[in-house]
Design a protein around this ligand. Structure first.
Ligand code: ATP
Length: 277
């Protein structure tokens, strides 16, 4: 198969309404319009956006600043109801936040400063009714998976930004959610740490095969991490295309397919016809 074929833009998938989804789709986002009402304005963040996410996808929402990526993620998390359309997880309409959808943010201060690493990870398990022993065991197991076993009893202020992010990921994954939602989690990290964290996330995914929805405005990050990439148009966000990178090893940043896919997306977002084909 040619690289063009393997990297093809699957526009049919992008425009396919969610109703036509395989019944197995884990998440259905169906004609979702999201708006903010301020005293002076009505801001439309996304307009009639539809897509489906299958179990095990590493699904990336990519688009320019202000196209509604974070708002879409908030809505999947259950913090913001659509004004039009709906979102369903395992066939059930999303109405509020729940432990089946864990979220990791960019901010480093998402950990509780007065709790140790282990306590931070175990805390949500305990408040969701998991017995203390089991919660502590699960927390330690997940902390090990993000390579922080030596830091179990350390407080967050003693950790680097990247380490705090790993704790936040361990905390989210310890809940065994149906989907992990990540909103530009590495945007504030230096380039080397960011790359390391991206590799760690891929390693963790290889091991656990969880479903990931990842927001970024970095094309390279999207191609590196995503098996499917939804490209959104500028404000208000609408689906421009979906790119399926299943068929090549997108995590190999040195491959010609990687460069070609980045160029293709750049062409779509910035209208450069020379790189769009
Ligand atoms: N709380 C809010 N009140 C009013 N408007 C908002 C609010 N939050 C976001 N918006 C607006 O909604 C639109 C979408 O914002 P959103 O943060 O979802 O975009 P984004 O694609 O995630 O951008 P970025 O990449 O810069 O984070 C923008 O026009 C933004 O100004």
């Amino acid at each position: 198969m040619s690289s063009q074929e393997t990297n093809r833009l699957d526009r049919r998938t992008a425009s396919r309404p969610a109703q036509d989804a395989e019944p197995s789709a884990l998440l259905n986002i169906n004609g979702v319009t999201l708006q903010y009402k301020t005293p002076d304005h009505l801001v439309t963040a996304t307009y009639r956006v539809s897509f489906n996410i299958e179990t095990g996808d590493r699904f990336v929402l990519l688009g320019p600043s202000g196209c509604g990526k974070s708002t879409l993620l908030k809505s999947i998390a259950g913090f913001m109801p659509p004004v039009e359309g709906d979102i369903a997880l395992k066939g059930r309409k999303v109405k509020r936040p729940g432990p089946d959808r864990a979220m990791v943010f960019q901010e480093f201060d998402q950990l509780l400063p007065w709790k140790t690493v282990r306590e931070n990870v175990a805390f949500p398990l305990k408040i969701n009714g998991i017995p203390n022993d089991e919660a502590d065991r699960r927390a330690a197991e997940m902390i090990q998976k993000v390579n922080l076993a030596k830091f179990l009893d350390v407080f967050p202020h003693m950790l680097s930004g990247g380490m705090k992010q790993r704790v936040a990921i361990a905390r989210a994954m310890a809940m065994r959610p149906d989907v992990l939602l990540m909103d530009e989690p590495y945007a504030a990290l230096d380039a080397l740490t960011r790359r390391k964290m991206q590799d760690e996330l891929l390693t963790l995914w290889e091991e656990l095969r969880f479903t990931l929805v990842f927001v970024t405005h970095s094309i390279e990050e999207a191609v590196l991490l995503g098996t499917r990439i939804l490209v959104l148009s500028p404000h208000p966000g609408q689906v421009r295309a979906e790119i399926n990178t299943h068929q090549f090893h997108s995590s190999n940043a040195d491959s010609p397919e990687f460069a070609a896919t980045c160029a293709r997306i750049r062409g779509m977002l910035f209208g450069d016809a020379a790189t769009a084909h």
